[in-house]
Design a protein around this ligand. Structure first.
Ligand SMILES: Cc1cc2nc3c(=O)[nH]c(=O)nc-3n(C[C@H](O)[C@H](O)[C@H](O)COP(=O)(O)OP(=O)(O)OC[C@H]3O[C@@H](n4cnc5c(N)ncnc54)[C@H](O)[C@@H]3O)c2cc1C
Ligand code: SF4
Length: 466
């Protein structure tokens, strides 16, 4: 992701926030930034030890627990909660990690309202659902803070070697599962830091980049190898990997944000949502002022708008071409944005970005109406918003360049086509999972995909050596 043009009201520490190898190679940590920590203080504070036990005691330890069924990685929720209630935090964390190696980041980032907590039987009893995410976090934080290590199986003589392209949740889960079972996995990440969107994308008040890296460090200590700052971009790169590894897992996620395709988009003062979020999470933007307009109304748009508010922007508008009832973001994310002070402008579409006489921006918009599902501009409804920063957030595009280099692999509508149960593509040496295969879902889905693919590779390898 390039740095692109920067608005004048930014405090930018250093050009090229994507490239700071001095931080990443040795320690996989980011320097602490008290201002950032204060501005992005956690949405949900952790449970105190006593409160965790009390909350765990509320669980009914349901048979065939619906919370477990609702989790894409099928974490044994009653099992880990029971261990918290009995004071066995390590056992609880191990139970979580058995199912989901990124149980720490998932406890912070999962939309639990629509997953495990949404399925909790307490709803049917008209009681508050069990705070599963906070309990999971309680166990995982204790485990990670203690620097606990996960055991891996002794290497089998037929040890399969796998290259996982991309350093996000899908590849991390795939590599970790392989390592746990005695295989060798190497994660190859284009960017300077591993973790994918856990490090660069998920809102800091949910999951900090530092917490993401702490989890990656646990995976590295399991024996997973990492190559950072190394993109796999060409057919020659892929051939080199094919000769070094038995299988290749494609966990490349989605690409850059879609462009608005309106005049003025290349100007200083336009920065897409992923660039803005990555820049503040990696300490390269610490302050915004004035008015910010975010275009789009998905979860990423909401994250960018909330970030702009927390970075100091006085006014943040979120512009959406449809109405309030059509907003694609989760309801709880929409409610959260309203609490952060984000203002919503419905049925507006940007038409051009111009600079004003004082070096600011003018965003021309038009009102639209919907006829069937078609958006139609309303004549003579132009409206201009004076602002300092425009943030396009209308969805991510696929990595088409890499996709074109992939031989014998089917790509449909920007997604890599694969067997859903195994992640295997039409090329039997290539597996895939995460956003590049599912079109963009949640961290937990990427983890589930990565693990499934690892288990499928191991099964095939074992059959070959039997
Ligand atoms: C702004 C934002 C906020 C989000 N917030 C949440 C949230 O709160 N909760 C939640 O559950 N989900 C959230 N998501 C979704 C979640 O982050 C993704 O579903 C998840 O990260 C997908 O994991 P992945 O491994 O498939 O891809 P990614 O996390 O995107 O990782 C892919 C990695 O591959 C690397 N890569 C790409 N191409 C190459 C190449 N050619 N060579 C080497 N490396 C390459 C990329 O640099 C990247 O690091 C959010 C997404 C966004 C965009
Ligand atoms: S559904 Fe709720 S009460 Fe039942 S096991 Fe899961 S968390 Fe506990």
């Amino acid at each position: 992701m390039g740095c692109g043009a920067r608005p004048r009201n930014f405090e930018v520490k250093r050009a090229g926030y994507d490239n700071f190898p001095e931080v990443c190679m040795s320690t996989t940590t980011l320097p602490d930034d008290p201002l950032l920590r204060e501005r992005f203080s956690e949405l949900k504070p952790p449970l105190a030890p006593q409160a965790a036990v009390i909350e765990a005691d509320r669980c009914l330890y349901c048979f065939d627990a619906p919370c477990t069924g609702a989790c894409p990685t099928h974490i044994d929720v009653p099992g880990f909660i029971k261990r918290i209630a009995s004071g066995n935090l390590r056992g609880s964390a191990l139970r979580i990690l058995d199912a989901n190696i990124l149980g720490g980041s998932c406890s912070r980032s999962c939309p639990v309202e629509v997953l495990c907590e949404g399925a909790c039987v307490m709803h049917r009893l008209n009681r508050e659902p069990i705070q599963i995410a906070l309990l999971q976090r309680h166990a995982m934080d204790a485990f990670l803070a203690a620097g606990e290590e996960l055991l891996t199986a002794p290497r089998a003589s037929h040890s399969v070697r796998v290259a996982c392209i991309g350093g996000g949740p899908a590849s991390l889960a795939c590599a970790a599962e392989l390592c746990r079972n005695g295989a060798r996995a190497t994660v190859i990440e284009r960017r300077a830091l591993p973790g994918g969107l856990n490090t660069y994308g998920v809102a800091e008040y949910k999951l900090s980049a530092a917490d993401s890296l702490r989890e990656v460090e646990m995976i590295r200590r399991m024996g997973v190898e990492f190559r950072f700052g190394a993109g796999v971009e060409t057919a020659a790169d892929l051939e080199a990997l094919e000769s070094e590894f038995d299988y290749i897992f494609l966990g490349v996620g989605l690409g850059a944000m879609e462009r608005l395709n309106i005049p003025g988009e290349e100007m200083d003062g336009v920065m897409n949502a992923l660039e803005l979020i990555a820049a503040y999470k990696t300490r390269h933007i610490r302050q915004l002022t004035g008015t910010v307009v975010v275009v789009g109304a998905g979860n990423t748009a909401i994250d960018a708008a909330n970030a702009a508010r927390r970075l100091g922007a006085e006014t943040v508008y979120l512009l959406y071409r449809r109405g309030e009832s059509d907003i694609p973001a989760f309801d709880f994310e929409y409610e959260h944005a309203k609490q952060e002070g984000v203002q919503f402008l419905w049925r507006r579409q940007p038409t051009a970005i111009r600079s004003d006489a004082h070096g600011g921006l003018l965003l021309d918009t038009i009102q639209v109406r919907e006829l069937d599902s078609t958006i139609l501009p309303i004549p003579d409804s132009q409206f201009t918003i004076a602002c300092h920063l425009v943030v396009p957030a209308i969805g991510q595009s696929p990595f088409m360049q890499l996709m074109r280099e992939l031989r014998k692999i089917e790509v449909n509508d920007g997604r890599i086509v694969a067997n859903r149960a195994t992640g295997q593509t039409r090329n039997p040496r290539y597996f895939t999972g995460g956003d590049c295969a599912n079109g963009g879902r949640e961290v937990v889905d990427a983890v589930a995909d990565g693990k499934r693919a690892a288990l499928a590779m191991l099964k095939i390898a074992e059959a070959a050596y039997a």
